[in-house]
Design a protein around this ligand. Structure first.
Ligand code: KG4
Ligand code: ZN
Length: 344
């Protein structure tokens, strides 16, 4: 097959990003314009502000990505864009922009599932990685264990029944006064704490399900803080962060390895914003080592939202003839299915 250059566009939450990727694997540019500073003062992403900022940023970000890759739109073979899941107003900026460029430049268009993008981030970093494998996708909005059968076929084996892992990190960070986004801040504080000092609950479901639940853990941490406050006792924030993080990581790792055993697969992959967590990486790596499994995860910059991962996913969908057309829309609750292009 001839070389294929994909322009990826991502605008599902609070990052406007554009990237140029060769053959789904090689990053020529990956420009990320983060809105974190703007949303920080509200303690979370404000959807209306996010959409407006995407509109301001999309043209300069795409121009920058093309310039850094030393390419023009004429060099691009395919345009890939996140079509969901995410904030509808934010998604619509990327989707409308991508449709306009594809239509005016007569380029093929591929709408990409954001969760599939997170999985594909690993293909950008690990040239030897190929499906099938088990992927734990943990981000601010999702916690899924995915059986990646091939580059475009996915089966969800387990998922959260309430809060996503990243959401739990963000809420606990707020409760102990650390700010937004909480994950990296809790991760940092946990390094100085004792992970076994406070016994927080770990939820495993009896029906041999691989699902997660983090809302009970979140309540347990909040109760621990409130009880200490009522008694006028000080809490050790380092220990709270370390013990909370350990509880999340234990469940994520155990369920993921159970899935790998169940599917008789020996490759385990991490993806999504929470995959940047040091304790999660360490424990997954250690447990994989004990079991003789291979463990992969992307660089931090490729764990959080970026357009290179969307370009990679678009490459594989395009290679499987899964194209979108001018009727492409934004799908805020898009699920990851057998064929992610057609399932809404
Ligand atoms: O994938 P992502 O950038 O956006 C979504 O698709 O949701 O993930 C963002 C989430 C946030 O909840 C953030 O707190 C969390 O990933 N996160 C982390 C770490 N870095 C980011 N959670 C734990 N430890 C980290 N080091
Ligand atoms: Zn994401």
């Amino acid at each position: 097959m001839k070389d294929l250059l994909v322009l990826g566009i991502e605008s599902s939450c609070d990052e406007t990003s554009a990237a140029v990727v060769l053959n789904g694997r090689e990053i020529l540019s990956n420009v990320i314009s983060s809105q974190i500073k703007i949303h920080k003062k509200y303690g979370g992403v404000v959807p209306e502000i996010a959409s407006r900022k995407h509109i301001e940023s999309i043209v300069p970000v795409v121009s920058d990505a093309l310039a850094k890759a030393n390419k023009t739109l004429d060099d691009i073979d395919v345009i890939g864009v996140t079509k969901g899941p995410g904030l509808v107003g934010a998604l619509l900026v990327g989707v409308s922009f991508a449709k306009a460029v594809a239509f005016s430049k007569k380029k093929p268009l591929v709408g990409v599932n954001h969760i599939q993008g997170h999985i594909c981030a690993n293909f950008l970093q690990h040239p030897d990685l190929e499906p099938p494998f088990i992927c734990l996708v943990v981000s601010g909005g999702h916690s899924h264990i995915v059986y990646v059968k091939d580059y475009v076929t996915f089966e969800i084996l387990g998922q959260t029944r309430d809060d996503a892992a990243g959401e739990a990190f963000d809420k606990i960070a707020r409760a102990v006064g650390l700010g937004y986004p909480g994950g990296p801040l809790v991760d940092n504080m946990a390094k100085k704490g004792d992970a076994h000092s406070i016994e927080f609950p770990r939820v495993y479901f009896k029906d041999r399900s691989f699902d997660f639940s983090f809302s009970g853990l979140k309540t347990a941490v909040l109760n621990y803080i409130n009880i200490a406050n009522q008694k006028n006792e000080s809490i050790n924030i380092y220990d709270v962060c370390a013990s909370f993080q350990q509880a999340v990581v234990d469940v994520l790792v155990e369920n993921t390895l159970r899935c790998a055993k169940n599917k008789k697969l020996s490759t385990v992959v991490l993806a999504g914003g929470v995959a940047a967590n040091n304790q999660l990486r360490q424990k997954m790596q250690d447990e994989c080592c004990k079991n003789g499994y291979k463990c992969y995860y992307p660089l931090t910059v490729l764990c959080t939202d970026n357009a290179a991962m969307i370009a990679s996913a678009a490459y594989y969908e395009y290679s499987n003839n899964n194209l979108s057309d001018i009727t492409l829309n934004a799908y805020p609750s898009l699920k990851l299915g057998k064929n992610s292009v057609n399932e809404f």
